[in-house]
Design a protein around this ligand. Structure first.
Ligand SMILES: [Zn+2]
Length: 191
């Protein structure tokens, strides 16, 4: 992996990678893809240091991690939502202004028609054979934004619903209910 890092001369990129590595465990190809997507979104949406960033990621694999560590977009603060579609794609938007119901976002995906021009990387993407992360990331460094396709989308701003707390009839613990149910999900799925 050190050879990869030696190939990167952009100090901003290097400093971001240095934060991703300990957080994610290593620089995976997927985490690097997430980082490139973040760079594209920053440019397209004019995201600046300190801006809140909201991400809907279409896979659990690797892709969300650069956003968690670099943008503090997490599951807990609702900056990160995961749709388990198994796709190298994500939609990114900035925070809505007060009263705004829809906010401009961008959906970016890793485009197989474009990765075809980079055979080693494409083989990694389509899982045709085992490709070491070093080789896949080397190709991505060459490709830059060339392998991504994006379009602007309208993102609905979620309406904050009042939390309806109740005491579960079975376990006696408090839970937030969605309808008028009186048994918590934990008890209703195990009983
Ligand atoms: Zn219960």
């Amino acid at each position: 992996m050190d050879e990869i890092i030696a190939k990167i001369d952009d100090p901003e990129m290097l400093s971001m990678i240095k934060k991703i590595v300990p957080f994610h465990g290593y620089l995976s190809t997927g985490a690097f893809i997430g980082l490139q997507m973040l760079q594209i979104a920053r440019r397209l949406l004019d995201i600046n240091e300190g801006d809140r960033v909201y991400v809907t990621c279409e896979t659990f694999n690797c892709l969300p991690d650069p956003f968690q560590i670099l943008c503090s977009s997490t599951i807990g603060n609702k900056g990160l939502k995961i749709l388990d579609y198994g796709k190298m794609a994500m939609t990114i938007n900035k925070a809505a202004k007060p009263g705004q119901k829809v906010v401009k976002g961008v959906r970016i995906f890793l485009d197989p028609e474009k990765t075809a021009k980079y055979p080693v990387f494409h083989a990694w993407y389509m899982n045709e054979r085992k490709v070491p992360h070093e080789e896949a990331i080397s190709e991505l460094l060459k490709a830059g934004e060339d392998v991504y396709t994006w379009k602007f989308v309208d993102v609905q701003v979620p309406v904050k619903a009042k939390k309806d707390a109740a005491i579960c009839k079975i376990c006696g613990e408090s839970f937030i209910r969605i309808d008028d149910e009186d048994i918590c999900k934990g008890c209703s799925t195990t009983n």
